[in-house]
Write a protein that binds this ligand. Sequence first.
Ligand code: PLP
Length: 354
Amino acid sequence: MIDFRSDTVTQPTPDMKQAMLEAPLGDDVFGDDPTINRLQDMAAEMLGFEAALFAPSGTQTNLIALMAHCQRGEEAIVGQQWHTYRWEAGGMAVLGSIQPQPLENQPDGTIALADIEGAIKVDDPHFARTRLIVIENTHGGKVLPPAYMRDVQALAERHGLRTHIDGARLFNAAVASAGDGDPVAQARQLCKSYDSVSLCLSKGLGAPVGSLLLGSKEFIARGKRMRKMLGGGMRQAGILAAAGIYALENNVRRMAEDHANAQLLVQGLGKAVDAHPKLAGRANVHPAQTNIVFFDIDAEIADAFIAHLAAGGIRVTSGYYKTREKAMKRIRWVTHLNVGRNDVERALEAVARF
Ligand SMILES: *Cc1c(COP(=O)(O)O)cnc(C)c1O
């Protein structure tokens, strides 16, 4: 099976499993799991923050951040399409009593600075108090421009607001935008002056479980209480953190391969569509910047196409959407550690056989 559904499907490699087996463990709720402490210190150092917190999922690190930044009745500015708003079951409202202020996403994935500025509430008892701006990088595989990241931070500072980056795939953004430079230094640059960032160890980094939240010592201390409240205080979880350490040490730079495979897929799908009697004029592929490729296909043939892929052992995810003219399906292909160049080639052969 070739699994393009998500980079969350990655399996731990034998070396990673070995590191997990050998990890010294303790009770992390007491703060004495040496492997978790090492992972937290290492990540904070890498990204230029004072402290870090290990938690079971990215949904939880985002919620911890939202609840540690905002009091009940305060407001967080988010994108309509941000994970924190759309894909986390409304957690900030349900569990944090935080009001989301969603704003339209631009085609490049950003939310416009003018929209953010216009949404910031003045101090008036009618309004929820605006407290936080949330930015997501990468968003749908798109790298938010480094200059935009700086502009948002500067805008927040002018208005006395806090800032959080949902950096579930921050290292994909860093690898893609570092050029010949050091991706870790680039990641540090992308979160410079932000109050907090969350990142997933279990996506492109290839660990089986876990996310990190980074911020000031004082913020992380508050976050630790939220994590306990949300049921995310784990015990001998160093066995999981060991995989995270392995991932940060070995799997950052290799993401460039996933990005190259995504490019191969984009080019191959483009050619396959043009040459195909059934697909020509009824499907098109979007350019990719990191490891996520979107392929739009006429809803009338989408299910047959997806079933054809599945019969060839190729798994993707998809969702309906409607343009003014017609119904389409958007198929998502994510490249990762367990999808090689040969797998992309096999997938393209299957597309050609549709
Ligand atoms: C995956 C993801 C998360 C967190 O997801 P979990 O499955 O809870 O770890 C958060 N934000 C974005 C943008 C993501 O893609």
